[in-house]
Design a protein. Sequence first.
Length: 230
Amino acid sequence: MFGNFDFDVISRSWVYLFQTGMVFTLKLTALAMVGGIVLGTLLAMMRLSSNRLISGVASSYVNLIRSIPLVLVIFWFYFLVPYIAAWVIGANEPVKVGAFSSALITFILFEAAYYCEIMRSGIQSIPRGQVWAGQALGMNYAQTMGSIVLPQAFRNMIPVLLTQTIVLFQDVSLVYAIGATDFFGAADKVSNRDFRPTEMYLTVAVVYLVICFTLSRLVKMLQKKVAIIR
């Protein structure tokens, strides 16, 4: 089976795959995670709001995003963002946003819907009595959430947030569809250049397997520690 397997193409491309492809993937994952958690937390607070309009807007956004395939959203933003940016600044031609910026906006907005549900469950897991205690001390809603509820919710939800981030790391490979040079995209370019798809795609699969399996084990260990703290 591996009689014609060319290990040399892997060794020749190793630096390019990681310095260009993996750096792109990790950078996009990290920025999208931070942006997604921030926006997701705001959406979670909106969904839990007593104002039906605010809650309805957040719920509609989350349900809409979670009902659309990610690859379709990537295409939408890649082709629409330049026109939206031109409309905002009043330009006559589409603004050159670039694959990375377009993908970053896409993943922040998309992942926020999933982080929102995680944070909402984390906020709801905090006993209501702690909110009442904060109010009894004279804290307003923002102070109660920022000083009492959210710190505990984040601690409770860290394993789930990290698990969703692993999924995000895998989903970044979909930016290949818009020509971005992530880890998978870099491997595909090498495959087309050297006509060695088997070696390149197998290398990508092994690298993703090792990274995701290792991260999953670390999250599982962290989950046990958090459970002990509680």
